[in-house]
Design a protein around this ligand. Sequence first.
Ligand code: UDP
Length: 473
Amino acid sequence: MESGEAVVAMVPSPGMGHLIPMIQFAERLCRHHNLRITFLIPTNAPPSHAQTTILNSLPPLISHVFLPTVTLTDIPPNAKMEIIISVSVLRSLPYLRHALLSLSATHRVTALLLDFFGTDAFDLARELNISPYVLFPSTAMVLSLALNVPRLDQDAHFWDFSKPVHLPGCLPVHRKDLGLAFEDRDDAYKWVLHHGKRYMLAEGFVENSFRDLEPDTIDLLRKDEPGRPPVYLVGPLVKEDDAGSEVNMVEQCLCLKWLDAQPHGSVILVCFGSGGTLSKDQMEELALGLEMSEQRFVWVVKSPNEEVANGSYFTEDTGVHLFYFLPQGFVERTKGRGLVVPSWIPQAQVLSHPSIGGFVTHCGWNSVLESVVNGVPLVAWPLYAEQNMNAVLVSEGMKVAVRVVIGENGLAERGEIARVVKMVMEGEEGKKLLHRMKQLKEAAATALRDGGSSSTQISELALKWKAQTKVYY
Ligand code: UDP
């Protein structure tokens, strides 16, 4: 039977990081092409306020369903994200099947857009005769790594840890920059390899980047290669407004109001994404480094975490008692010059504020793209996952960032923090970074304009997904 309006089902992974770019893509498909989208969301914990707020603020053509929560009690709580996400998706498959069947009773489900750790849903898509696609919310460099993992896994040179890794068309990176899964070669790596072997079963990759950011990598990825699904470049997909960020309204309003009163380009934003947490010692060094830099700042502070750097990725940080962890007198001493905001800010909106002149970032790709569209130069301070690769790209490839040096004790020390902050905000080097960032901002606007490279690719996919007819039973 084949009936009804076309709908694209999107399956993000749990947490905010991969949901946000999928939502941006959905909004474009819906606003510009009137395409209906349904999010079917695997969960391993009750949905966060940030998730529900953003999803509830979407246009009527975009609906969502949280799939029943899967239990992960057999998995250590500090397991790597690759494991947590992959297992969550795997265990959600029966729920996903049920949700897709219900949806196909009234609609033509023409495509299933999966998270890049969601390849186990390919078989379900095939069974239900729905075209599977994968959204890569990170760099083309990460896409290149993902596609090359099965080949590299068999290559003895790849496992020689003393040698840099050369991915086709990419800057050489150190092994440690690939993320812990590659260093430890453990279960998390097995999942990465598992997904790597399955990517070829997709009908296409949706990549959140555009040519000017990674020209050599993208040119190679776009070359026809037998058996490799096409890559659609749709970036930069970033939040157009911050309707979904009312997590902490009072603090947010204060933050924007405070920025209104600061000179143009004078404030550096410090924020480590939705999940990034620092140790207590690192928080202290950061506070004292910001103080030492004598620059204006907004710092989004999360509770310290001594064990993992992604301490609040799947759970909400309440920001309770945060100020106990800051050095004594820090808030008073930096009053008027610095603002400490607990837990969450509307980051995209803050980055677009004219008072912002720099951004200390963990190099999550969404954060990098939000800086690009707003022309804000960076201090690159990667914490986990592919952020080290992104840090190489923004500093050595795009040349829009200075990278913070981490000492042998594992800490970025106060003097180093003051150095990089000052460099971006007032040095000659900072001017060069700003100039380059402004060029990329222009290029981003061009890609997204009607007829621009990304808009054209999005239209191509929208037309395909609207027109596709499939037989379901
Ligand atoms: N974000 C935000 N406010 C915060 C922290 C993060 O709005 O206080 C948003 C940020 O704008 C970005 C996303 O959360 O869109 C974080 O994604 P990214 O890829 O940068 O990092 P991740 O959270 O996946 O590590």
